[in-house]
Design a protein around this ligand. Structure first.
Ligand SMILES: [Zn+2]
Length: 351
């Protein structure tokens, strides 16, 4: 994984990113947008992209300025940049049933080091980068990100760190009401939170009005570590059990399961998704973490990330890994490994 530094106003940062990564951004747009938006006409994609840009301009104007900078620096149209960065194409094919990628979140709350949070990105192995961003107005951060997008996992100068995973709510039973969306689905939220919040408490307050989808592991220098579960405007929190936090591709908090039950989702279906990979992996990771309490939190997470236990898809170190990261909120540092944690070196970065 290559390391880059960008600084300035949102537009300046965007321009630097666009200039640095133009060919990669162009390839990502060509590779991802048509593949996922194949049910839509070009006109519908353009309309929805415009709508999404205007929505984000209202809530996060600085973020849209950064996208405009990326367009300017790369010479690519803003609409194409936004379609990629804001995952507009995903709205045409939200299920992605053909994919067997998950991502996962693992944390340890150590008595000496405080919370230590880690995550693995599983996705298409496009070029991932690690970037230090020093915004003119906002907190400095380091994040792992695909160039031209903000599907970010990172840590800021105050020690707030965030890493996420997708999750299945389950199949809706016939005639069930479902969960109604409230608020607005916001893609670059992690990147915005890292620039504007110092603690988990501030981040949770910030996300209240917005609709999110999936799992976000968060930790900070005050010692807080949580997993935010979110789908269609409904949010629930999980905290470490026996000082260990594990999350894979499905929801587990009693509040979320209760809400899903009442809305008529069969969440057992979600747990058994892809032959129960999420549950199998959960059990492997939890067992490894609980059996290694005499070692340092970094070693414990590294052991999980390098593990080849389990079936082919459930193995924590598997063919879909793009990169792995361990955040140290109190030290304001992160350790990152590219592709396979079992064989890649871990590189230490200070925010
Ligand atoms: Zn491996």
């Amino acid at each position: 994984m290559r390391y880059y530094e960008f600084a300035g106003t949102p537009r300046e940062i965007g321009t630097q990113i666009g200039q640095t990564f133009a060919p990669l951004i162009e390839a990502s747009i060509a590779g991802l947008c048509p593949q996922h938006a194949h049910h839509a006409t070009p006109q519908r994609i353009a309309e929805l992209t415009e709508e999404t840009i205007e929505h984000h301009r209202r809530f996060f104007p600085a973020y849209i300025e950064e996208l405009e900078g990326i367009a300017q620096g790369s010479g690519l149209p803003l609409q194409d940049i936004a379609c990629l960065a804001l995952r507009v194409y995903h709205r045409f094919d939200p299920g992605r049933p053909e994919c067997e990628e998950h991502c996962y979140v693992v944390g340890v709350n150590d008595s000496q080091e405080g919370p230590v949070l880690g995550g693995v990105l599983e996705d298409y192995p496009f070029f991932p980068s690690i970037q230090k961003i020093t915004p003119a107005h906002g907190y400095r951060l380091i994040h792992l990100v695909w160039p031209g997008t903000h599907w970010s996992r990172g840590i800021n100068e105050h020690g707030l760190c965030i890493t996420g995973a997708s999750a299945e709510a389950g199949k809706l039973k016939p005639g069930a009401p479902g969960l109604r969306p409230q608020g607005d689905r916001v893609v670059p939220l992690t990147y915005v939170l890292l620039q504007q919040c110092r603690t988990v408490a501030e981040a949770l307050e910030f996300v209240k009005p917005f609709e999110m989808v999936g799992l976000s592991g968060m930790a900070d220098a005050t010692g807080e570590m949580v997993l935010l579960e979110a789908v269609k405007g409904f949010k629930a929190l999980r905290r470490p059990e026996q000082d260990v936090l594990v999350a894979t591709s499905y929801f587990r908090s009693p509040e979320m399961l209760d809400a899903l039950d009442r809305a008529g989702y069969d969440h057992e279906w979600a747990i058994n998704f892809f032959g129960g990979v999420g549950r199998e992996r959960y059990e492997i990771m939890e067992r490894l973490l609980l059996a290694s309490q005499d070692r340092s939190p970094i070693e414990r997470l590294q052991e999980v990330f390098s593990s080849h236990e389990g079936s082919k898809q459930a193995m924590p170190c598997n063919a879909n890994n793009v990169n792995s990261v361990i955040f140290l909120p109190r030290a304001k540092r992160c350790l990152a490994a590219g592709r396979f944690a079992c064989s890649s070196p871990w590189v230490d970065y200070a925010v």
